[in-house]
Design a protein around this ligand. Structure first.
Ligand SMILES: [Zn+2]
Length: 75
């Protein structure tokens, strides 16, 4: 499928039969439409640029006592 990298905008073509795109996972295999970055570098760069929102989102997944406090913050 055709995707545009969320970080740099380049076109790339992940499929369920190839290893193109990130984040890539082996087991279970990351579905092609979830690999939104064309390279590992773009994945890391985007994460670094959005680290505050990314961390809030992860903490909001909710398996510890800080969940409620985190959700009350405004991004
Ligand atoms: Zn990219």
């Amino acid at each position: 499928m055709k995707m545009h990298c969320k970080n740099c905008g380049i076109k790339f073509y992940p499929s369920d039969n190839n290893y193109v795109g990130y984040p890539y996972a082996w087991n279970p295999q990351a579905p092609a439409h979830t690999r939104v970055f064309h390279s590992r570098g773009c994945w890391e760069e985007w994460t670094a640029k959005n680290i505050t929102a990314y961390t809030l989102w992860l903490q909001g997944m909710g398996n510890n006592d800080t969940t409620n406090a985190t959700n009350n913050q405004t991004i």
